[in-house]
Design a protein around this ligand. Sequence first.
Ligand code: SAM
Length: 310
Amino acid sequence: MSPRSEAHCPVMRREVLEYFLDTPVQTFIDSTLGDGGHAEAILSKLPESFVFGIDRDPEAVEFANKRLIEYKDRVQIIRGRFGKLEEIAREENFPPVGGILFDLGLRSEQINNPGRGFSFSRDGKLDMRIDNSENRSALEIVNETPRGELTRIIATYGEQPGAGRIARAIDIKRREKPIESTLELAEIVRSAIYGATAADLARVFQAIRIVVNDELGELQRGLVGALSVVMPGGIIVVISYHSLEDRIVKNFFKSEEKGCICPPDLPVCRCGHRPRLKRLTRKPVIPTEKECAENPKARSAKLRAARKLD
Ligand SMILES: C[S@@+](CC[C@H](N)C(=O)[O-])C[C@H]1O[C@@H](n2cnc3c(N)ncnc32)[C@H](O)[C@@H]1O
């Protein structure tokens, strides 16, 4: 099979391209390169464009390198984290950047490959690291996090009812022996929630994955970095897949659109805060019904975009 035919299907490709048609220069950062689907769409539809593609997962970097070989003169692929966007841009000497894309979450291969340890329906070692050279995997988080903290993680990052019961069930099992596989963990969650559904399992696994990869911290740092790296008039586009991510994006865009952010009872402005962004989406853009029918992974996607002010 060719790299393209086995690849992750890029979500809201048309909408991303529409925003990127309207940037001051056609140099882009795809900060979640993945299988290179969005990057390929940009490179093929905008013949003058150049794309810097970043991904934290060495396997994604390898895959995208092959897939984008025909555009090798207009693409530079970098293994790294978007939480370090400013450093990467400085070290790699990026020219002015007209648009930055974040397509959050995981590539299909990461979810479907049991060896990556993200799946609650296929057995594999509990891992969930996007970059497997990093230290702490799901194995350590599940087996070493104190029960109270585990409850907080499941409640906060999974928004899962019955988090205390799940943490208790984990705690009891891991005293017998370490919890090592994805199906073991799934079974423990099922034992703690009467009639547990796939959605319950997905939320618990999501909570652990978020902590393993510090996904929300990465997003916050990535947005700050993007605003500093993108040129005035340039556009930041973010596609998120759950409410915790979308809230961070919404709040970041809103607060950077504001002028003064002093407490309302201060008679004069002390903060000196100036608006730095203009939101291009007041409400998030969602995929069409047709796209959701063709690609069920698109169903939870929300796109927000903003333009950096001069
Ligand atoms: C949904 S996929 C992107 C798919 C891509 N847009 C495409 O069309 O093929 C998300 C990608 O972001 C990567 N990723 C997640 N967190 C990251 C981070 N902090 N820095 C860089 N890449 C990250 C994942 O490894 C994954 O490949």
